[in-house]
Design a protein around this ligand. Sequence first.
Ligand SMILES: Nc1ncnc2c1ncn2[C@@H]1O[C@H](COP(=O)(O)OP(=O)(O)O)[C@@H](O)[C@H]1O
Ligand code: SF4
Ligand SMILES: [Mg+2]
Length: 348
Amino acid sequence: MTQGTVEILNSAAAETSQAADGKELLLKLDDLHVWFELKRFGFGHAGYVRAVDGVTFDMHNRETIAIVGESGCGKTSLMKTILGLYEPIKGKIEYLGKDLNEFNAEETRWYHSQVGYVQQDPFGALPPFMTVRRILEEPLICNGIKDEDERERMIYKVMEEVKLSPVDDYVEKYPHMLSGGQQQRVVIARAMILGPKLIVADEPVSMLDASVRVEILKLLEKVQEDHQLAVIYITHDLSTVRYFSERIFVMYAGQIIERAPVQELINNPKHPYTVALLTATSEPDAANARVMKEIPEGEPPSLVKPPKGCRYHPRCPKMIAGLCDQEEPPHFVISKNHETSCWLYKEE
Ligand SMILES: Nc1ncnc2c1ncn2[C@@H]1O[C@H](COP(=O)(O)OP(=O)(O)O)[C@@H](O)[C@H]1O
Ligand code: SF4
Ligand SMILES: [Mg+2]
């Protein structure tokens, strides 16, 4: 991709986003459904895993949001669809006013330079046969940065930023020579190197030693502030959201069941599942790492045949028989920016 093309895409996108609502809309998800087909004996159709089942939200430039929910609720599938790695079966995603499904190859490359990905498992995310220099150089080459000195400058700059310094001590190392925390710094450097507008961080500290979790979260927070990035932070642990989230979306069985600003959600949770998650939260600091983290009581539901009505009803202590087990609750507005999908909040 030439520099001229990048500039055209950037300025066209900027115009579209400003025209959208005057608030610099960055990302728009509209009724997104991501289903995976199940095959019987490897070929016959046996249903779908409804990993993402009707997710809608808007996100503005420089906004930080957290998506929380227990394992298997569809968080990674949602993120991978935002990254363009999975195609939705229904619904769409717009980035700066452009439909991802309609991107041509050049626009797709541009989009990948705009959105950085920080995976859960840093070791799995890094090619084992490449040095740190090669790992960081690859996206630069793919995006048309031909000048070797320029690439070297960019690699050194980003490595210093993620505190892999002195850079010469790390740049020729292979991933297996680094600690988990250092590997995650390389992943963050790779996500940052093309100057993205949005970082998607999928449980970025859950596979790291407790002793380095806080420093990686603080690094992400600093990078977000310094570059005024938008961040989508995925976690199953609510105690870590305060590092960089303005709004929290709580996800359950492929759907967002409560959304609110951070303090509002923590002080005034409404959905019984959110209440259960909050009481199950532990501290991420090393000193408290021994605290056992519980998960809300009961089994997570099947995503192949989700429960009728409210998907939480088989586990919910407040279930209203005849209503919750029959009809799906819509989003009820609690206050400005606070919504929940629970029949307990039905307006009279
Ligand atoms: N590529 C895939 N093919 C089939 N099923 C998948 C695939 N990816 C995820 N799933 C299923 O989708 C559901 C949601 O998974 P995932 O998005 O990884 O949840 P989370 O990140 O919240 O743990 C799970 O039941 C998982 O087994
Ligand atoms: S809708 Fe009913 S079952 Fe679902 S969370 Fe609310 S009270 Fe519980
Ligand atoms: Mg996941």
